[in-house]
Design a protein around this ligand. Structure first.
Ligand SMILES: NC(=O)c1ccc[n+]([C@@H]2O[C@H](COP(=O)([O-])OP(=O)(O)OC[C@H]3O[C@@H](n4cnc5c(N)ncnc54)[C@H](OP(=O)(O)O)[C@@H]3O)[C@@H](O)[C@H]2O)c1
Length: 295
């Protein structure tokens, strides 16, 4: 069994380095390993011929994507397109990650996999195009749409809240956007389990799956709990946390108001039941030795 993981320095890629160790050989690749050149990456993959390719690489800066369109398109559309073609050629299986931002956020109930997509920012648009490249390639694949990802590596909401709580006396957090915060650790374990459950490929279970924590919350509630639960670990300066409407925070890219994903298909197909977002957060905060984990 050989696995190739692309995007080893990202939040999810980094966690995969802790979970995929069951495999005899895992090729962990970052852009520096292929000189930022997809042709070089293609040659490496064709030569190594992995059984599974895990694509944890993406352009994920939602606001910058509006101005860095070429970079975003290349990572979110051209890369998955190339990886799915490679999988087809090698008869390998692809696990590709996508996002809740393929939806417009107008729903009032959790989105299912076959609900209509309608991205409202360029990042979401490229991620949905990336999905369709994978789907139409004819390769054996699973696409995992996830949401509100945080981990020990990289920049994320949890880290920002913890550092703001130590620096500011008053914090304003948006209370009118809803989603399911999901740890990179959970996603890495899920990827690991999906490979173990499907060693011969995904076959009739190939398709798109929603993969996030169960339950839902707002950024405000999430931020408040991050700060409350991390108090034993930090010197807290913040005295007041104020809930505000998203109209108070002008961002370059629009965000969906509601992007909760239903994980029923994942549970029904693979008997995998995601923990609640509170459980994932609490596990994440308990892994206290952040200085060692975060390079
Ligand atoms: N972050 C979120 O809140 C969120 C929410 C929903 C879905 N997702 C999806 O989940 C997946 C993983 O997200 P993440 O948060 O782990 O991402 P991340 O921390 O931003 O990491 C993405 C990694 O992709 C690689 N990368 C960046 N630009 C690239 C490019 N132009 N070409 C090739 N590789 C590039 C880099 O890895 P190397 O330095 O190793 O090359 C980077 O560390 C992505 O598909 C993302 O769309 C994320």
């Amino acid at each position: 069994m050989k696995i190739a993981l692309i995007g080893k320095n990202g939040q999810v890629g980094f966690e995969c380095r802790r979970t995929l160790s069951f495999s005899e050989k895992v090729l962990y690749l970052s852009r520096s390993d292929f000189n930022h050149d997809y042709n070089t990456l293609k040659n490496i993959l064709l030569k190594e011929s992995p059984d599974f390719i895990v694509n944890a690489a993406a352009y994920t800066n939602v606001d910058k994507a509006e101005s860095e369109k070429e970079k975003c398109f290349s990572a979110n559309v051209e890369l998955p397109e190339m990886l799915s073609e490679i999988c087809k050629t090698l008869n390998s299986s692809l696990i590709h990650l996508s996002t809740d931002y393929v939806f417009d956020g107008k729903s009032e109930v959790p989105y299912c996999e076959n609900d209509e997509i309608n991205p409202i920012n360029y990042y979401g648009e490229t991620k949905s195009l990336g999905e369709s490249k994978v789907v139409t390639s004819g390769c054996d694949y699973i696409i995992l749409r996830t949401s509100w990802v945080y981990g020990h590596k990289g920049i994320n909401f949890v880290k920002k809240m913890i550092s703001y709580a130590q620096e500011k006396e008053t914090l304003k957090i948006i209370n009118d956007q809803f989603g399911s915060p999901t740890s990179a650790r959970f996603l890495a374990q899920l990827i690991n389990n999906l490979i173990l459950l499907n060693l011969n490929g995904f076959g009739s279970n190939a398709g798109i799956y929603h993969a996030c924590a169960s339950g839902q919350t707002s950024w405000f509630e999430f931020g408040k709990i991050v700060i409350e639960d991390s108090v034993p670990l930090i010197h807290k300066k913040v005295k007041e946390i104020i809930a505000v409407a998203s109209t108070n925070f002008k961002t370059v890219a629009k965000r969906p108001i509601y992007s909760v994903l239903s994980t029923e298909k994942l549970s029904k197909t693979f008997n995998i039941y995601p923990p609640t977002w509170e459980e994932l957060l609490s596990f994440h905060l308990e892994e206290r030795d952040w200085s060692i984990i975060d390079e």
